[in-house]
Design a protein around this ligand. Structure first.
Ligand SMILES: Cc1cc2nc3c(=O)[nH]c(=O)nc-3n(C[C@H](O)[C@H](O)[C@H](O)COP(=O)(O)O)c2cc1C
Ligand code: SF4
Length: 512
């Protein structure tokens, strides 16, 4: 009997040495004539414990972390292949509070299964949503998704069911499902983790979307800086074709769904849905005027569902367990769970999937463990580079799209970046304007010119030049960008700038 050992192939684990650890385990097991079955799984999302190694024992999976290649011989000497005692032995991951207190629906399999195995996916509840969808009418699938309350996880939180209904109701010989896997927001990595750790979940979600709206072809527009996700997706898609889950006759149903991956162009704006469509068509990614909506005239002018990775990966469990099960999680109009990404100056960074309703403070302290530096957390940016900076007085806000919007903040894609009290908020405001200037697609003036002027105005404030006048100009410029920009890049850049001015005015005072 061989011993099953799990070593993550997630990009974070690899960055921390997981590949060398895996090689060392194979070599040491060989030297000791111990038969092993090495599974390269996704990450459990407890980054400070990577490279995390788990061993299957009669008492369940026993974890060790973090395990470097140099520790491996010592671990075998301690009998780790039987769950033996060692300083790095953690016991069961399920008992670690960071993991235990999560509500993993979308990430239920990530870190547990072999990401590329169609059979392992099935053994862990995969394909059940698709099997059910195959027996339903398209309108019933759309109703189930609408009823679940699922809203887009890419940032704008638009109800997925309404988008799907529009595509279903638009007549066309060819429709498309496009997955937005550009994941450009700072501090976000849930799309990547899902695609590396459970790519078949995305394949299943997109196939269900295809059945729901009558689309026979899907594209995953993948961030080009994600080579590991790329490899995982390509292999998972090939395996799904070989097992009859993709292609001309999905599970013998005579229904077709083809899927392929296209690499992104490496610009933040290519994550905006209409720029993404231009880029996918082989053009330079530039924002399109709306209307027409992509749901009516999208990829190559045809009706297109465009959804984020996590939106689509949430669909299989909704179809499997039903809308009522899913919407039992969450609060208000923010239903279900959100894979939250903890990043920046935190002791414990990684992925936490929780139902909406958890507070920012719980995430920062109960999960994140407070700052990594040990200093007070002063500001938090939620929702990527266009999200407002939230001060300590707002840490009790619950994760809920409406509660965040009410205070001028945004949940976005669920990325949380924490800063301690050494942060310079004037520099952060300047960075927001500079980011916009660098990433602007150039189509509209408030964003293209305004962001560059914004950097100059902040520089003048910093240099003490006509400060009162320049504060007025900066506020005025923020208004122009907010109300005059064509898309949310120019329209939301004022949020981090204004929140820095409003909540951290002391950082804008004259410097010695
Ligand atoms: C500047 C900009 C960048 C964006 N980047 C992304 C991205 O990287 N990934 C994503 O899913 N959505 C991104 N969005 C949101 C998309 O435009 C769109 O709302 C999303 O793909 C719709 O899918 P959803 O409804 O499932 O969230 C971005 C929007 C803007 C304005
Ligand atoms: S706001 Fe900026 S990124 Fe958006 S369309 Fe205008 S120039 Fe392009």
């Amino acid at each position: 009997m061989s011993v099953r050992i799990y070593v993550s192939r997630d990009a974070t684990a690899l960055a921390l040495g997981a590949e060398a650890t895996a090689h060392a385990i194979v070599a040491e097991a060989d030297r000791r004539h111990i038969a092993i079955d090495l599974v390269r799984n996704g990450s459990r999302g407890l980054f400070w414990l990577e490279p995390l190694v788990e061993v299957e024992t009669p008492a369940g999976r026993i974890a060790y972390g973090s395990v470097k290649a140099k520790d491996v011989a010592d671990l075998f000497a301690a009998g780790f292949d039987r769950g033996g005692a060692h300083a790095s032995r953690l016991g069961s991951i399920d008992d670690i509070p960071f993991f235990k207190n999560q509500e993993r629906l979308t990430f239920a399999r990530v870190g547990i299964t072999d990401p590329l195995s169609v059979e392992d996916y099935r053994l862990h509840g995969g394909w059940r949503g698709l099997e059910r969808a195959l027996a339903m009418t398209p309108a019933d699938i759309v109703s189930e998704v609408t009823e679940s309350g699922l809203r887009g996880r890419g940032g704008a939180a638009f109800p997925a069911g309404i988008k799907w209904k529009t595509v279903l109701g638009t007549e066309s010989a060819q429709k498309y499902i496009v997955c937005n896997a550009d994941e450009g927001d700072s501090g976000t990595f849930s799309d990547r983790m899902l695609m590396e750790g459970d790519p078949l979940c995305l394949v299943e979600g997109m196939t269900i979307a295809g059945l729901a709206v009558g689309a026979t072809r899907g594209y995953i527009y993948l961030r080009s800086e994600y080579p590991h996700a790329h490899r995982a997706l390509e292999t998972a898609i090939a395996n799904a074709y070989a097992a009859g889950y993709l292609g001309a006759n999905v599970r013998g149903s005579s229904r077709r769904f083809d899927l392929e991956v296209r690499l992104g162009a490496g610009a933040y704006i290519c994550g905006e849905e209409t720029s993404l469509l231009d880029s996918l068509e082989g053009k330079r990614g530039q924002v399109r005027f709306k209307p027409p909506l992509p749901a009516i005239k999208g990829l190559f002018g045809e009706p297109t569902v465009i959804n984020n990775v996590i939106t689509l990966a949430s669909v299989p469990i909704i179809l499997d367990k039903g809308a009522a099960f899913y919407k039992d999680y969450g609060i208000g109009r923010s239903l279900g769970t959100l894979p939250i990404q903890l990043a920046g100056n935190l002791k414990y960074t990684g992925l936490v999937e929780k139902a909406f309703g958890v507070t920012l403070r719980e995430l920062l302290y109960d999960y994140g463990g407070g700052s990594y530096s040990g200093r007070p957390i002063r500001a938090v940016q939620v929702g990527g580079p266009l999200g407002a900076y939230m001060p300590e007085s707002q840490f009790d806000t619950v994760l809920d799209y409406e509660a965040f919007a009410a205070i001028g903040a945004m949940v976005g894609h669920g990325g949380i970046v924490a800063f301690d009290d050494t942060v310079d908020m004037l520099e952060q405001a300047r960075y927001a304007m500079e980011f916009c200037a660098v990433e602007s697609c150039g189509k509209c003036t408030p964003c293209r010119i305004g962001s560059t002027r914004g950097v100059e105005v902040i520089d003048r404030i910093k240099a003490g030049i006509e400060r009162d006048k320049n504060f007025l100009v900066l506020r005025d410029l923020c208004n122009t960008m907010r109300f005059g920009s064509l898309c949310a890049l120019g329209g939301l850049t004022p949020d981090p700038v204004r929140s820095a001015l409003d909540y951290f005015p002391e950082d804008f005072e004259v410097r010695a």
